[in-house]
Design a protein around this ligand. Structure first.
Ligand code: URA
Length: 274
């Protein structure tokens, strides 16, 4: 093969990207085979070529994190806050042997409520005292006797035939707080759902809120009873009259407090029964 022919072939190899060619061991052009000097083929360098631009390596495939599937427990059905076709019996049954808050530890009885479920007037107090805890009936101790006298005497004086048994009486919390302390906010909130259901079932024409705890639970007001008493407010759609708690009247030395409480009660009775 002529030199020119060889050059042409090499150029062709370069064009198609082959830069190394190998001479067969022991083969001499135009001659007979000779013993191979080395056992491996030896590269013959052709003209140095700039490296062919090669495509950048493809980016590694993105690592897709597999979500860890955590088995969730099925959602526990919660009782509706205001069940349809609610009744006082159903509410009492839902309270059951309640251990929802710490007040259950010291109670003897749950004090649910007492009176006429068809009444137009509901009285709401704070929570059972010792006598109420023993008997399981609200407002049966000294404060309760005063409340009963106030209701019946005021009604009689005002010409309204009304006995304690004709109204409904209940409390914000249904278990006696230790040493008659004021119920804590979480206790009021927990038990307040049952009070709300009681009021929604009875649907009275008016609610009489006795003292600061009941007023805070019903109206969320932070002002004291002295400021709020004698005025009408609303719990949902129900008119609420705020007045003093009978325990306060028993303790109070304020000469006006008892008279004011009687006036508040007169207002309520006339609003409901006239
Ligand atoms: N005080 C209350 O608030 N409720 C009762 O039942 C008795 C005393």
């Amino acid at each position: 093969m002529s030199n020119e022919e060889l050059q042409r072939i090499l150029r062709y190899y370069q064009d198609i990207g082959i830069t190394d060619v190998y001479r067969k061991a022991g083969v001499v052009e135009g001659g007979s085979p000779t013993p191979a000097p080395r056992p491996v083929a030896e590269p013959v360098q052709v003209a140095a070529q700039p490296p062919k631009p090669t495509a950048p390596p493809p980016p590694p495939p993105p690592v897709i994190e597999q979500p860890t599937l955590i088995a969730m427990p099925p959602e526990l059905p919660l009782p509706p806050l205001t069940p349809t076709n609610d009744t006082l019996d159903l509410i009492r049954a839902d309270i059951g042997d309640c251990k929802r808050c710490r007040l259950h530890t010291g109670r003897k009885n749950i004090v649910f409520g007492v009176g006429n479920p068809e009444t137009k007037l509901v009285f709401v107090g704070e929570g059972p005292g010792e006598d109420e805890d023993i008997q399981g009936i609200p407002f049966v101790g000294r404060a309760g006797q005063l409340l009963t006298a106030m209701i019946e005497n005021t009604a009689q004086k005002e010409g309204i035939p009304l006995k304690r048994a004709d109204v409904y009486i209940c409390n914000v919390v249904k278990c006696r707080p230790p040493n008659n302390r004021t119920p804590e906010p979480d206790e009021m909130e927990m038990c307040g759902q049952f009070l709300a259901r009681q009021l929604e079932v009875i649907r009275p024409k008016a609610i009489c809120s006795l003292g600061g705890t009941a007023t805070k639970a019903l109206l969320g007001k932070k002002e004291g009873v002295t400021k709020l008493r004698g005025n009408w407010f609303k719990w949902r759609d129900f008119p609420v009259m705020v007045t003093y708690h009978p325990s306060y009247l028993l303790r109070s030395v304020a000469p006006t407090a008892k008279r004011e409480a009687w006036e508040d009660l007169k207002k309520v009775l006339h609003f409901v029964y006239d």
